[in-house]
Structure formats: structure tokens, C-alpha cells
Design a protein around this ligand. Sequence first.
Ligand SMILES: [Zn+2]
Length: 185
Amino acid sequence: MSQVIEEAVRSILREIGEDPSREGLVKTPDRVARAYSFLTKGYEEDPKTVINGALFVEDYSEMIIMRDLDFFSLCEHHLLPFFGKAHVAYIPKRHIVGISKLARLVEVYARRLQVQERMTNQVANTLMEELDPHGVGVVIEAEHLCMRMRGVEKQNSVVTTSTMLGIFRSHQETRQEFINLLPRR
Ligand SMILES: [Zn+2]
């Protein structure tokens, strides 16, 4: 697989007017192949088992929030990075999940080609399905280099997406409690 990527990278280099055999570029195809392998390793992981494997029965029914989860992803339209913070909240019904698994879940989805809206939905839906809580809220704030480097949007624009499920969708107060606990920018 990586040899195919390496050859493709050499083709790109030639097409943009570079010489793939010059010293600075000789190892580039190999580096790019390795980088893509790392940046897309989320395809090899099952997000459901990330959650399933770490469920605990606990009599706790207040909101649990994990804020400021750093993530780095690649936009599927340009293969350029978008990155930022994910904030994940849920209200347990019967099960809670190990806190670190929320970060892992975000990472599994981030390490695939993505659009921010879908990634937000995927994190929320997976938690809703595997954890069966009263509700889930996910907010993602990200900067997209495909917009900033190409000057399409204002230079400092941050895109915010949110998915609210269950009680986070049906109860304004719950949603507001979550929003109020998010960091102010
Ligand atoms: Zn893009």
C-alpha cells in the first residue's frame, strides 16, 4: 500500500514542476506515505469497541463533560488539516464510560478523512448507541487550513458544529447547562 502512495506522491511532485530525485525530496514520498498511514489510522479502529470495552455500571445521573479535547483531522475535500477542540457531554442512565475513552473516540473519528459536521454527528451517535445515556451533546470548534491557506474565509474564522441528542435536544435547560460550561473564547 505505501509503495502505491509513494509512487503517487512522486507523480504529484512531477506534476507541480518538482524533481522527485533531488536531494531534499528523495525521501519525501516515503515520509508522506508514513504520515498518511498515521493520520488515517482511525479506519483500522472500531469506535464501538472503544466505548464497549470500558463501560461501568454506576449510579450517577448528573452531566459528565469532557472539555477541550484536542484533535487533528484532514478535510476530505482538500486533504488539508482541520483541527481544534471537541467538547463532549452526556448524562448517564445506567452506564458510564472511562473518561479517557471519550478522547479516544474523538481521535478514532478524527484520524479519518472528515467533514466537521459528520465527525460531530459520529461522535454523538456512537455514544448514544453504545452508552444508551439520557442524552449526549457534542460541540466541535475547528480551524480549517483549506479555508485559511487559500484565503477563502476570514483568516481567523473558527467553525463551530454541534450535535444534541436525547435530553440535550429535548430540554433547553440541559443544553444550556452544557453550553454554559464550555470555555469562553
Ligand atoms: Zn477542505
